[in-house]
Design a protein. Sequence first.
Length: 454
Amino acid sequence: MIQKVLIANRGEIALRIVRACRELGIKTLAVYSEADVQSLHVQLADEAICIGGPKSSDSYLRADRIISAAEIADVDAIHPGYGFLSENAKFAEQCESCNIKFIGPKSKSIKMMGDKAIAKDTVRKAGVPIVPGSDGPVESETEAVKIARKIGYPVIIKAVAGGGGRGMRIAHNDVSFAKEYYVARGEAEKAFGNGAVYIEKYIEKPRHIEFQILADSHGHVLHLGERDCSVQRRHQKLIEESPSPFLTPDLRKRMGKAAVKAAEAAAYENAGTIEFLVDAKGNFYFIEMNTRIQVEHPVTEEVTGIDLIKEQIRVANGEKLGFDQGDVKFEGHAIECRINAEDPARNFAPSPGTIGLYYSPGGHGVRVDSHAYSGYAIPPYYDSMIGKLICTGSTRKVALERAYRALSEYLIRGIKTTIPLHRAIMADPIFIEGKATTAYMEDFLGRTASDLFT
Ligand code: ADP
């Protein structure tokens, strides 16, 4: 049984894992970079070990140092959180071979779903619809143009090794394709060290709707409903909610079944997410599987009452899931706003620095997952997300009104944040009507005066 967990991450997710472990009576070891000495997860974990310099490549991405720390502190499991090494099959394999449990899927499943071409092929064979596209990476511009024409413009060029919305370019005709193809390859090479790209039909104004999967090591796979993550800027999620205002009970059922089939095809274990794009007619297409816990997992926790981090630990322990699909009950509505240290009035410029006053909202139906506090200096080296505000209500309307209220109470002085932007969205009629697609943010930013966001 797991007695002590190393948390190979930082920020709010590290704190989230500390909290789950503490409630389970499991000891925690934080690892941190020199830039994160002040971080709350370091202070709240039972033990902490510094693993290197501020850059992620010198610390949170150093599998060797993390495994050494695990051995020195005698932990029996590692929780990777999201980002960093969470979807690194080699790291999961190293943990497995050192007899340290990796709290996540088997390295084989990570490898399979981490290669988007193999992932698409695997789920397609299991009968799950995928976006039409190239059968795998495209080798040359000539071949790529041929495929693009065959699929029909517009097309999207995506990095095989992509993630976090990076390495994606859209082309509307042969001329723009020739340019975007090389831009995409260059970006992919720079961001992921792998320039391989593939091509998909570009679905116009889709919704991004994903299903949370939970699977144990005894072959039980079930889903915990969906999250609508259509509010994105540059393919990066800003707001997520559950249930989706778009899904009908019938579509939800069909997509849930498809998600379970996709996870089964990957012989999946632990928590994971199946992402779909859904067009205006309700056609849905698998785009990828995320083989880790996601930033937006709390909205699922709030509507199902299931603690996903605890379930991840139980599954890693080899326990059977304590419930069946029919036992999963959905109640009310939950919405999450990502609070980033960015200035939405100045094209989302990063705004690191020291927080002056920090006051987080409270009251009925308000949850804040954040590692920030008064006097905390946000290091410039990492992701700009400094917290998540999750509001729940009996209906979507109540949840949105609550989010607006909580955002008005949330005080973070000394730096710029996305709080005012979220407040404006919560009051926007199109969003309130549940009509947001992935094209929403561009439209919203285009028609809203940016001084509303300061
Ligand atoms: P990543 O791995 O970088 O997160 P995804 O494949 O999950 O990339 O796509 C992220 C976002 O990009 C989607 O939520 C959607 O907004 C957009 N996107 C991806 N593929 C398509 C497509 N074929 N058509 C339209 N939009 C797409």
